[in-house]
Design a protein around this ligand. Structure first.
Ligand code: KIV
Ligand code: NA
Length: 262
């Protein structure tokens, strides 16, 4: 199948074909996501919450993101792999932003990077883009600013959101994630922009959708936000399998001759 590139994504928006994106953090999940035809794989810094067991994304490091992106890029044959820039990998300076964005491409094999913020990070979006690295912006509810937002809250300042969307496009972003904003505002942004909008908790009118795979498949048994749809209950199935294994080892029902060598 044809590799998904920024050109392919632009064509999808122009033709009104919805874009699919899911997160992955390792080889087996990335392989499934890629082979099921998902267009973009985000190696999200949600890693901190759904894989590392942290209560925010803030502790995630560049080295951890590069490592997980390497595993995902190894599996992705068709999907575009997007590396999520972790907290403090681009906030500190334009120079740090370009250097760290480059690591995702050079060391990990990603095709694009994502970073959080609108007008405030315009100079970084511009510099990374000018280095030849496609940038996906992320506005609205931006989890790396959890302390400033006073929690994970829906963002409703329409003027500001429209302005941020306009500025990230002008700065060279090829796409923008809209997280946790009223669907009417997301619709307005999507109609205004020429770049694709990928929504999470932003309604049906975005050009595409993204979800955290551990939430969508029910691997994550903790709290999930209102905007998540749980398509499957993988944790439930896994617990059943683990419990059966424990019972069978205890009762010596496993291993049988079938699993043994003579
Ligand atoms: O880290 C992540 O998984 C994300 C998505 C929720 C957009 O940023
Ligand atoms: Na993220």
């Amino acid at each position: 199948a044809e590799k998904v590139t920024v050109t392919v994504l632009a064509k999808m928006k122009a033709e009104g074909e919805k874009i699919t994106m899911l997160t992955a953090y390792d080889y087996p999940f990335a392989r499934m996501v890629d082979e099921c035809g998902v267009d973009m794989i985000l190696v999200g810094d949600s890693l901190g919450m759904v894989v590392q067991g942290e209560s925010s994304t803030l502790p995630v490091t560049m080295d951890q993101m590069v490592y997980h992106t390497t595993l995902v890029a190894r599996a992705a044959k068709r999907a575009m792999v997007v590396g999520d820039m972790p907290f403090m990998s681009y906030q500190t300076s334009v120079k740090d932003a370009v250097k760290n964005a480059g690591r995702f491409i050079k060391e990990a094999g990603a095709a694009a990077v994502k970073l959080e913020g609108g007008a405030a990070v315009a100079d970084r979006i511009k510099a990374i883009s000018e280095a030849g690295i496609p940038v996906q912006a992320h506005i609205g509810l931006t989890p790396q600013s959890v302390h400033q937002m006073g929690g994970f809250k829906v963002q409703r300042q329409e003027e500001r959101l429209l302005e941020d969307a306009r500025i990230v496009q002008e700065s060279g972003a090829f796409s923008v994630v809209l997280e946790g904003i009223p669907f009417e505002i997301a619709e307005k942004i999507t109609k205004t922009l020429s770049i694709s909008t990928i929504g999470i908790g932003a309604g049906v009118h975005c050009d595409g959708q993204v979800l955290v795979i551990h939430d969508a498949l029910g691997v994550n048994e903790g709290h999930v936000p209102k905007f998540v749809k749980k398509y499957k209950e993988l944790a439930k199935i896994a617990r059943e399998g683990i419990t059966e294994y424990v019972d069978e080892v205890k009762s010596q029902a496993f291993p049988t001759k079938e699993h043994s060598f003579k």
